[in-house]
Design a protein around this ligand. Structure first.
Ligand code: SAM
Ligand code: DTB
Ligand code: SF4
Length: 330
């Protein structure tokens, strides 16, 4: 793979799962070097997007996603249900996120799918309001019809997040209440409406490397590729069926991010959930391997994110160093 001339590695939509596994499994430093080269060819390395995340409707979701604390099926999870937030409250938090340096404001609702009516109208107002603040707006609301995707586009939405979560073979082990085909249908509606597509998944749920590669294969099959690809490390939440999963090796996350970068060179690869358990150095390694977006802010949807103070320190460390003060010599 490495002996191919770099120019031959143009954007592809026909990766085989075997090719992706081979990229993923190569010696780690070669993988990081290859991903870093692809990254630098298409992106400015210092450009790391900060996306802020807010749960606008929390819990009591009818889906049975095994990883998710918001599923009504996981009765042991300690989580209070919160109805759809008021638009003004959401926009006040969006303003705060903008002032803290966020480039994108992402809003998530624990819905199986969008239903037309008062609540969807409120979400459309939230989207327009966020755009008026000068930020990119992204929502994740579950399944979507083509006409709902069109209405989101008209409201000014930048991107719609809908994850494949894992490869098609492992998917039924994780979710039974909606199919992989349902997910793909929503993603096609998003694309057809002219919205940017934000689609990725979770690693550390017990899937094989082949499953991870297979998810990347399906994502890279979209033409054009998804504009952003969130790679989440499972946050094992007590009370969910995956609560007992062993902690993911951070280097597995580095491999997954590097592979996503190589397979989808132009995408924003987002180092998403699970960052709070990574050292600063592991996060920098993920960025060197091609991650160029993070979730920024105290909480993800329901679980803690990396601390804002630590993130400020991370960005300070990534920035150019201030020249050392010349030591005064008498
Ligand atoms: N209900 C909508 C849906 O599922 O499409 C939107 C919200 S849902 C919480 C958004 C995504 O968050 C999921 O697709 C999943 O990839 C991610 N997620 C949820 N719980 C997670 C966890 N415990 N660890 C890592 N990622 C998680
Ligand atoms: C995505 O891929 N990750 C975010 C966002 N899209 C919506 C969600 C992560 C959720 C982590 C668990 C929680 O906080 O509830
Ligand atoms: Fe519901 Fe989304 Fe959580 Fe699945 S991931 S249970 S659809 S909130």
């Amino acid at each position: 793979m490495l002996d191919q001339p770099a120019a031959a590695k143009t954007t592809r939509h026909d990766w085989s799962v075997e090719e992706i596994v081979a990229i993923h499994d190569q010696p780690l430093l070669e993988l990081i070097a290859e991903a870093g080269a692809v990254h630098r060819r298409h992106h400015r390395p210092s450009d790391v997007q900060r996306a802020s995340l807010l749960s606008i409707k929390t819990g009591a979701c009818p889906e049975d996603c095994a990883y998710c604390p918001q599923s009504a099926h996981h009765k042991e999870v300690k989580l209070d249900r919160v109805d759809l937030m008021a638009t003004d409250d959401v926009l006040a938090l969006a303003t705060r996120a903008k002032n803290a340096g966020a480039d994108r404001f992402c809003m998530g609702a624990a819905w199986r799918n969008v239903r037309d009516g008062r609540e969807f109208d409120s979400v459309l107002a939230m989207v327009s309001g966020v755009r008026a603040l000068g930020m990119e707006a992204c929502v994740t609301l579950g399944m979507l019809t083509p006409s709902q995707a069109d209405r989101l586009k008209q409201a000014g939405l930048t991107a719609y997040n809908h994850n494949l979560d894992t490869g098609p073979d492992f998917y039924p082990d994780i979710i039974s209440t909606r199919t992989y085909a349902d997910r793909l249908k929503t993603l096609h509606a998003v694309r057809d409406a002219g919205l940017q597509m934000c689609a990725g998944g979770i690693i550390g749920m017990g899937e094989s490397i082949r499953d991870r590669a297979d998810m990347l294969r399906v994502l890279a099959g979209f033409d054009p590729h998804p504009e952003s690809v969130p790679i989440n490390a499972l946050v094992p939440v007590p009370g969910t069926p995956l609560a007992g999963r062993p902690k993911l090796d951070p280097l597995d996350l580095v491999r997954m991010i590097a592979t996503a970068r190589i397979v989808m060179p132009m995408a924003r690869v987002r180092l998403s959930a699970g960052r709070s358990s990574l050292s600063r150095e592991a996060q920098v390694l993920c960025m060197a391997a091609g991650a160029n977006s993070i979730f920024y802010g105290e909480t993800l949807l329901t679980t803690p994110n990396a601390e804002v103070g630590e993130d400020d320190a991370l960005f300070a460390a990534l920035a150019a160093r201030e020249p050392e003060e010349s030591s005064a010599v008498a």
